[in-house]
Design a protein around this ligand. Structure first.
Ligand code: ADP
Ligand code: MG
Length: 730
């Protein structure tokens, strides 16, 4: 019987490839058609409801129950015009996936009449079972009340699955006592915190600013492989990454994939998922091949953080769904293949005012330049003070494979500024003094004015190895993992920026009160921040050995594994930071810490099980099978009277195979033993460390010997699709 591998290869060979395209459709014709926003909103709502909803989206103001009824009615009418029968509160629990619980509009009144109903109550609140989502002990299972609450700042949308259509209402997910159980609730709080702090600081420069919004433009990397081949590998099916597999003779070394022509089958898939995304209002702009074979990237135009986060989670869902139609599999895992680049999700982040200014874009006048410098330096200071939190925000079992593996930024957080800005900061540092003569003040301001327009030329100055790089008009957080929910790094970034700005304002106000002129007070405070946070700045090659050494000498953190990195969430400093800015209570932080540790443990545990199974049930039988053939051959050669020289090579192979088999067997057994020991550890922190430092090291050994066997064993007997097939066949 042919193995699954050969069946899959046969199927791939015979399958008809789906083609797709936009036809004569323009993107503008479908863009946002499945979103309850803009014109659609205007058409389906009364003036009163429209105004109230728009105001709420802008200012976060509560929507009255009476108005919610009107919004619900309009939403239902719109959804029904699209053939929608059900609605769901759509939320982002800490599982990392999105969650839905569908209810129909259909209901039966007390007199038995069947009607379709959707009112304000159903719009505002629902009660899914909180006990079945990660809650880190916040909700004991017997008291499972948690509820989802409508987030009017993100528009409702319609998801199509096959022929079914569902109205999705973005919501936050909280426990009965208000503690958050999801990503969105703290994200909204962090947005509010940074908005308030940034507006206050903006008022030094421009009283007309009434709102500042953090913006996010993500870039999503992913792999696309044939689904049938993927399904022939239990590791890809269950873990989203290969736990075994020798690298192919040709990998990415020729660099012939990057920006090359997109393969036809993948191109069809891209066009299909793009169209689904456009209907959902996701403004995709870019698509291209990435560095590794079978790796690709897409990116939208940037949006307000809350919307951008929703759109990224939606994109990941849409991709998975649409890939199935093409018999393809999308791998969003950070490291699906060893020896081949992994995937990240760059988070481009900035702050925009309602007066149309990007606060991280160098200005054209002295006043706006000082405003730019203020926000720019505050980001650096915030990162300097909280590098451990930023590292924690991107920690996870998957991303551990990538950070510091000479293909992605290291686990050491540093900030890259580029040549010109480095010079500007150096200059401020050397020239701003405690006391100025009036003439000196005038020259200083004039000089800063002259220098900064130069920055606009700085846009091409890039450092692709930096985890946190200034790229001309935004910061790019490049160490985020491809499968992550962007909310996690955004919550941290918004919060630390809010905190830094608040402190900044306090310090500047104190100087002004002492009689210092506003601009000089600002410059002096900036100078002290520049000096204070200098050690976080690094312009060189982040992948180099020397940087790791230098960073250690500078006293920068370098948390290589998730269990170590996550500790930052529960330090006294973090607890105060999150509490003082209204994001998390101490209990919430502890619960989240527990959830993340548990998730880490579960991921490594599942991988360990699958790896043990693969080694024992796939690799060893194939090796033994081949070894038997060799033994038969040796026996036969002996039998016909040939001397040892004629079967020496075969004999050596038999011995080598035995050696690898023994090693695999030993390590699988040891891995199981360490796993049992780890599972007995009641304390989650200790359990995570045990999984990280006792269980996981066996992975590499098992893999090493299994991959050696892959090179030796008869190809016809090898049961798992090989890297060359996964990466190059479609
Ligand atoms: P590149 O970096 O390739 O030159 P861009 O500068 O246009 O291209 O943007 C790269 C990414 O940064 C895009 O995803 C884009 O949406 C995002 N981006 C651009 N400006 C901002 C901004 N002000 N805030 C957040 N993201 C932004
Ligand atoms: Mg990028």
């Amino acid at each position: 019987m042919p193995t699954l591998r050969f069946q899959a290869l046969q199927q791939l060979h015979e399958a008809e490839k789906k083609i797709s395209g936009y036809g004569d459709k323009k993107i503008t014709a479908i863009f946002g058609s499945h979103v309850f926003t803009g014109r659609t909103l205007r058409e389906h709502l009364s003036d009163e409801a429209y105004k109230s909803l728009s105001l709420s989206a802008k200012t976060g103001q509560r929507i009255e129950r009476r108005i919610a009824d009107q919004v619900a009615t309009g939403m239902k009418a719109w959804a029904e015009s699209h053939g929608v029968t059900h609605f769901t509160h759509w939320f982002q629990p800490l599982t990392g996936a999105t969650a839905e619980k569908h209810d129909s509009f259909f209901t039966i009144k007390s007199d038995g009449t069947a009607i379709e109903l959707f009112d304000g109550d159903a719009l505002i609140q629902q009660e899914p079972d909180a006990s079945s989502f990660p809650n880190g002990g916040i909700r004991a299972t017997f008291e499972a009340r948690g509820y989802t609450a409508w987030d009017p700042s993100s528009p409702a949308f319609i998801i199509e699955t096959g022929f079914g259509k569902t109205l999705c209402i973005p919501t936050i997910f909280i426990a009965y006592n208000g503690e958050s159980l999801d990503y969105k609730a703290p994200l909204l709080k962090s947005i509010a915190a940074v908005e308030k702090a940034a507006v206050d600081v903006c008022h030094y420069f421009d009283k007309n600013v009434t709102k500042v919004t953090p913006t996010l433009g993500w870039e999503q990397e992913y792999f696309v492989i044939d689904e049938t081949l993927a399904n022939a590998r239990p590791d890809l099916m269950m873990c989203g990454r290969t736990l075994l597999g020798h690298s192919p003779a040709k990998g990415q070394q020729l660099e012939d994939h990057y920006f090359g022509a997109i393969p036809e089958r993948v191109f069809a898939f891209m066009q299909d998922y793009e169209q689904e995304c456009y209907k959902l209002g996701i403004p995709l702009r870019t698509r291209h091949n990435e560095v590794a074979p079978a790796q690709f990237e897409c990116a939208p135009m940037f949006e307000e953080v809350n919307i951008a986060v929703d759109h990224n989670t939606l994109l990941m869902d849409v991709m998975n769904k649409v890939a199935k139609r093409h018999k393809l599999k999308v791998l969003l895992h950070e490291k699906p293949f060893a020896g081949v680049n992994g995937s990240g999700k760059h988070n481009n982040w900035s702050l925009a005012t309602d007066t149309g200014v990007n606060l991280l874009s160098p200005g054209k006048t002295p006043r706006t330049n000082l405003m730019f410098l203020t926000f720019f330096v505050n980001v650096i200071k915030a990162v300097h003070d909280n590098d451990d939190l930023l590292r924690a925000a991107i920690a996870g079992a998957n991303n551990d494979h990538r950070l510091g593996a000479n293909e992605a930024p290291p686990a050491i957080i540093s900030v890259y500024l580029g040549k010109y800005l480095t010079e500007v900061l150096d200059e401020i540092e050397s020239r701003v003094k405690e006391k100025f003569s009036e003439q000196e003040e005038v020259t200083l301001k004039g000089d800063i004015h002259k220098q900064i327009p130069e920055l606009l030329k700085d846009n091409t100055d890039r450092n692709r190895t930096s985890p946190f790089a200034f790229t001309g008009n935004k910061f790019e957080f490049r160490a985020v993992g491809s499968s992550a929910n962007c909310a996690s790094p955004m919550i941290v970034l918004n919060t630390i920026m809010a905190n830094s700005l608040k402190q900044f304002k306090k310090e500047v106000d104190a100087l002004i009160e002492k009689g210092e002129k506003k601009e000089i007070a600002i410059l002096q405070t900036l100078r002290s921040y520049i000096t204070f946070s200098k050690r976080i700045r690094f312009e060189g090659d982040n992948y180099s050995e020397e940087w790791a050494e230098e960073a250690a000498a500078r006293g920068l953190n370098n948390f290589k594994t998730t269990p170590e990195a996550l500790d930052a969430f529960v330090s006294e400093k973090s607890k105060n930071l999150f509490f003082n800015n209204g994001i998390f209570s101490k209990r919430e932080l502890e619960a989240r810490h527990e959830i993340m540790l548990e998730e880490y443990v579960k991921k490594v545990q599942i991988e360990a099980r699958i790896l043990g199974y693969l080694a024992t049930n796939h690799v060893l039988p194939a090796a033994i099978n081949y070894q038997n053939t060799l033994i038969k051959n040796v026996k036969g050669l002996k039998e016909i009277g040939l001397d040892e020289k004629s079967y020496y090579a075969q004999l050596q192979l038999v011995k080598v195979i035995s050696k690898h088999i023994a090693k695999i067997n030993d390590h699988v057994e040891a891995m199981i033993a360490t796993r049992k020991e780890a599972n007995n550890e009641a304390d989650m922190h200790k359990r995570a460390h045990a999984y990280c430092h006792s269980v996981k090291p066996h992975f590499d050994h098992i893999r090493y010997h299994a991959d050696k066997l892959e090179l030796i064993v008869d190809d016809a007997l090898w049961p798992l699709p090989k890297y060359r097939e996964l990466l190059f066949l479609r």
